[in-house]
Design a protein around this ligand. Structure first.
Ligand code: NAP
Length: 309
């Protein structure tokens, strides 16, 4: 691991921000962790949980002494936060973020930064469906990918510092362009979330099947979609508004494949169905083999007692 930073400032102490704060302390990645959030209730929780050395609503003061500032607010708020804090960064301080979309973040934040403050955008491919400072945990990024998308010509020492920080949190770091990131994540994360939101919405609107039946028999597959569809509405609204082109491109492909599947079912083409289901099973095996998911049946869930309330 690289050298320990003196001060890391985290802006936005939600699921991801609070996990970084916890991890920075647990793994000794910074002498001092400063938490900045606009919400006094969030700051109160950060103080009570003891996950930062200082918690403040004052963005200018919170980032002034930081060597590394990480924006952990929704994608749509990153540009405005960068504009607000940029004049207060010390020379050489690095700005980073954790936004789930990279092209729009780079475009929104870069114009506000002085040349002496390198921007190293990051996206940890980790998380849960929960929000807020209580939901974070130090081990969130262990053995998870973190994608860096530094603009061409970004100071190499700054990229190395951010890489070492994420490796210190346990992540495996990969670098790519913002455009490629947005295309890859559109199919691996954004479209799957849209499908989950859609299927749960469709079930909720059904008139011929009751809500209680949907809930009662959810273990048939629906339940796994509901976990994803419980994700933060602000975060996901921003993802779809800012990664529009890549999502629309992947949705186009998805709709074509769905039409082919519909046709296979209509015409009783069992071979086509069997061939696809065999290929998809191999993908799942690959994900388990890479340590990105447990091989336990039923996603490793403990079975709740159906008689319990
Ligand atoms: P979260 O738990 O909802 O936390 C977001 C934090 O940002 C909250 O403290 C929130 O404060 C603050 N915030 C919201 N709007 C703001 C604004 N306009 N200006 C300043 N602060 C604002 O969300 P999260 O899941 O940690 O997500 C944070 C970032 O991580 C997002 O960019 C998301 O794309 C990225 N990300 C998320 C995941 C995931 O699985 N959740 C995974 C990887 C990356 P309030 O309480 O006042 O709203």
């Amino acid at each position: 691991m690289g050298s320990v930073l003196h001060t890391v400032a985290i802006v936005g102490l939600g699921l991801i921000g609070s996990s970084i704060a916890r991890g920075a302390r647990t793994y000794g990645l910074a002498d001092r962790v400063v938490a900045v959030d606009r919400d006094e209730a969030v700051l109160e929780r950060v103080r009570a949980l003891g996950i930062a050395d200082r918690a403040t609503a004052d963005l200018a003061e919170g980032v002034a002494k930081a060597d590394l500032v990480i924006l952990c607010v929704p994608v749509g708020a990153i540009g405005m936060a960068a504009a607000e804090l940029a004049p207060h960064l010390k020379p050489g301080a690095i700005l980073s973020d954790v936004g789930s979309v990279k092209g729009s973040v780079v475009a929104a934040a870069t114009p506000h930064l002085k040349p002496e403050n390198p921007f190293v955008p990051a996206h940890p491919v980790a998380g849960t469906e929960y929000s807020g400072p209580d939901s974070g945990f130090a081990t969130m990024f262990q053995n998870r990918w973190c994608i860096l998308t530094p603009p061409e010509g970004t100071d190499e020492t700054a990229v190395a510092t951010v890489t070492a920080f994420w490796e210190g949190l346990g992540a495996i770091v990969e670098t790519m362009t913002p455009e490629h990131h947005d295309l890859v994540l559109a199919i691996t994360s954004h479209v799957p979330h849209l499908i989950a939101y859609n299927i749960v919405g469709t079930a909720a609107d059904l008139e011929t099947v009751t809500q209680s039946e949907v809930i009662k028999f959810s273990a048939g597959g629906f339940r796994d979609f509901t976990r994803i569809a419980a994700s933060d509405p602000t975060m996901w609204r921003d993802v779809f508004l800012t990664n529009k082109d890549a999502v629309l491109e992947m949705l186009g492909r998805f709709n074509e494949d769905l039409a082919a599947l519909t046709k296979a079912i209509r015409w009783g083409d069992g071979d086509a169905l069997f061939e696809l289901f065999t290929r998809t099973r191999a993908i799942r095996k690959g994900i388990v083999a890479m340590g990105q998911e447990t091989a336990e049946p039923d996603f490793g869930r403990a079975r709740p007692d159906p008689k319990a309330n």
